[in-house]
Design a protein around this ligand. Sequence first.
Ligand code: MGD
Ligand code: MGD
Ligand code: SF4
Ligand code: MO
Length: 757
Amino acid sequence: MGDRTAFRTCPLCEALCGLELTLDDAGTVTRVRGDAKDPFSKGFICPKGATLGSLDGDPDRLSEPLLKGEATGWDAAFEAVRQGISGIVERYGRDAVAVYIGNPTAHSIAGPLYVAAIVKALGTRNLFTASTADQMPKHVSCGHMFGDPLAIPVPDLDRTGHLLMLGANPLESNGSLASAPDFPGRLKAIQARGGKITVVDPRRTRTAALADEHLFIRPGTDAFFLMALVHTLFAEDLVVDRLPGRVNGLEDMRALAIDFAPERVASMTGIPADVIRRTARELARADRAAVYGRIGTCTQAYGTLNNWLVDALNILTGNLDREGGAMFPRPAHAPVYRRKKPFTTGRWRSRVRGLPEVNGELPVATLADEIEAPGEGQIRALITIGGNPALSAPNAARLDRALAGLEFMVSVDPYLNETTRHAHVILPPPRPVQTPHYDIALTGLAVRDYARYSPPLVPLPEGRPSEAVILGRLAMIASGADGDPAALDEMIISSTLARATALQGSPVHGRDPDELRKMLDADTLTEQRLDMMLRLGPYGDGFGADPAVGDEATPRGASGTGYVGLTLARLRTEHPHGLDLGALKPRLDEVLCTTSGRVELCPSTFAADVDRLHAALRTSKAHGMVLIGRRHLRSNNSWLHNVPELVRGSNICTLQLNPADAERLGVGAGDTVRVTSRTGSVEAVAEPTDTVMPGVVSLPHGWGHDLPGTRTGVARRHAGVNVNAVTDEQEIDPLSGNAVFNGVPVTLEAVSAQPVA
Ligand SMILES: Nc1nc2c(c(=O)[nH]1)N[C@H]1C(S)=C(S)[C@@H](COP(=O)(O)OP(=O)(O)OC[C@H]3O[C@@H](n4cnc5c(=O)[nH]c(N)nc54)[C@H](O)[C@@H]3O)O[C@H]1N2
Ligand SMILES: Nc1nc2c(c(=O)[nH]1)N[C@H]1C(S)=C(S)[C@@H](COP(=O)(O)OP(=O)(O)OC[C@H]3O[C@@H](n4cnc5c(=O)[nH]c(N)nc54)[C@H](O)[C@@H]3O)O[C@H]1N2
Ligand code: SF4
Ligand SMILES: [Mo]
């Protein structure tokens, strides 16, 4: 044999890059390069993707389940989980079992296909995910504006002429809620076309440095700035009604924005009034423009208002659902059926703080409350899947203590880390190269329509379950009928086919579900489910309903041209480097599902929340020091710090602060500073830099690997400090329940010097 070359999608971030891997006889990855033939990423790769081999072969990766810290077999592990979960349900009821879903679950094929079944089978109201530490405000804003929390418009990067970007640093994050491999290259192409990029950020990030203009903004004040942009559009008659008769609330919006003249918000935001006016004019006058706000706009007390106003600006400037503006992707695996029920939140409330349910989940900011507070409905057991909330959640130290008090905990995770050290059972998923890949969650956010399937490259050893089987088995256990999860897959397949064949307008309307079932063609039931989704999707073969005519034909549904005839087998054999399904096409009619049938520009819930902005303007307090976060290119939240190549070099877990603040504190580079907030304090090494605006300090998240009982040797040697020891779980965006990580009030003192006010 010898070395072989194989291709697959990088599973690490939202950019969806194609990788070319070299594997030796033993199935070890010996080299990773960008896949030059991937039509979307065209060979782009970042340092994380380039070290996928080290991650895949990490000796600290668990190869067997752990039961109370000892290696055990799969049968024994599942039996312990069955006993643990069923015992808690019997003693305390279903809500006593909570689920926490972390970020990598959105990047796997197994997560999107099985997690819902686990939660449904448990029947618990206590679902928590990393979404409420991340993008929940975007779901709430899109839910109210377009009727579907998953109808998220993305900036049409490749055709826009003007990009206004807030709270995003794609040069390091590689982009989020906008899957765009080589995001940096796509930004430079905007400039090469003569377009403009403006970045709004309290730090001069690498993205801000690349941009044509960077506006420093006081953390947490974007809503005031965005409102002032809306105000200016109305005041200067720059609003374009490009969707006549299809948008509600134009006059409400005008009235709401009246009080937010640029002069009123200038001192609050730190952005001069004339700059705000010019920014609004440039946005309105650009031929094709998009406003894009990302995590910096979400993890704020006004997170939902920000995300609403971002899309309100896209609508008011005539750029929604238009080439070069903000457009809705059309993923190949998602049927073009509309959501039927109107979007609402608060169908139930959290027990302790009374926080509303959003998207079927409760805020991670209240998970510790629900574990700690005694009484009916108290959480006694937790299932974590691909999450590390002991580092990633607000006031993580409190949550970490709460986890220690659980009666039972099971984690699906490849590592024994800060969170899983509390688990009674750890069920490790196999290595990336042993796992099939298809981006169910992320292709719906891609800036071109695109599909790629990656088969496993190395077979699983006999008896070793895939992550899909692990999660399927958990769903079986949760339903009280432990057994082969094949039954679950068959049930989902048969109910999906029954629905599709009964639905008017579906490509398989009137067909026999059993006949369709027999046509599904893939190695595993998981992949057969994917085959089914692709065939029912907008580019699918409709189970033979459409001729497989290749790349030139018209897809089903209202809009655009592209490809039909897709099946998983065709995707796999004919498009091993991925299939480009074209630039985004206007498709507002397909996604819009508000009760009114129109875009809701000014939903009443959001209009009411604007009262908080008025109140804040009236009371405007003196500015104290505030903390924000930071992502680094070589990091991925909390869990790539065990890859030696990624932690080499100088310490990056530093406290960045403006030189003026450093001088006032009497600290220089390398000195230790204590950062204290309501919830705690951490000591970090100072890094004075004028890239951070005065009054702001920045610490990256995902560090603090020095807790006892973990098995991540490299990370322990590069422990860093956990910024979430000082973030506050009591501060949330009330409409989405999202955690507030930006603009945390802190005090600083030089550890070796006298405290300074
Ligand atoms: N202060 C502050 N806190 C933040 C943020 C911030 O900007 N500032 N960002 C927030 C954001 S955006 C997010 S998304 C969250 C992330 O929060 P989490 O998702 O809770 O944390 P991660 O660090 O992503 O941890 C991922 C876990 O998944 C495991 N894992 C890796 N690969 C796999 C796999 O294939 N299968 C399974 N089952 N497990 C796997 C890892 O070992 C690790 O334990 O953090 C949030 N926390
Ligand atoms: N290398 C790397 N890539 C990643 C990750 C990682 O940890 N490392 N994490 C992945 C995950 S889970 C996510 S969600 C995405 C996130 O992707 P991005 O949204 O691009 O995230 P960040 O790089 O954190 O950029 C957020 C920016 O918001 C700024 N900011 C902070 N407070 C404010 C504010 O009040 N207003 C404004 N306007 N800006 C503010 C910060 O300074 C920062 O530059 O990245 C993903 N990709
Ligand atoms: S940018 Fe993201 S998807 Fe691309 S190689 Fe890096 S980690 Fe992987
Ligand atoms: Mo995230």
